[in-house]
Design a protein around this ligand. Structure first.
Ligand SMILES: [Zn+2]
Length: 76
């Protein structure tokens, strides 16, 4: 499968989207049809999928702000 260029673009978009919420993504792990990374500060995960026609991404890193305080509130 020649997905590398498409995946690299998706990962850049995902990293940018996560950064908008204050996250800093660590190393990407690539699986079959997806790649995932998590925030080095709060641990929120983000996953990108790369089917041929409809790439998408999801995960907590896109849904909430990066905040150690928020993480503690959730745990409390
Ligand atoms: Zn974070």
């Amino acid at each position: 499968m020649r997905v590398a260029p498409q995946l690299a673009a998706l990962q850049r978009i995902a990293a940018f989207s996560a950064a908008m919420r204050g996250h800093e993504l660590g190393e990407w792990q690539t699986g079959e049809g997806f790649a995932q990374a998590s925030c080095v500060r709060c641990g929120a995960q983000l996953r990108v999928y790369f089917p041929a026609l409809e790439p998408e991404m999801d995960g907590p890193a896109l849904e909430r702000e990066c905040s150690r305080e928020a993480a503690e509130e959730e745990a409390a």
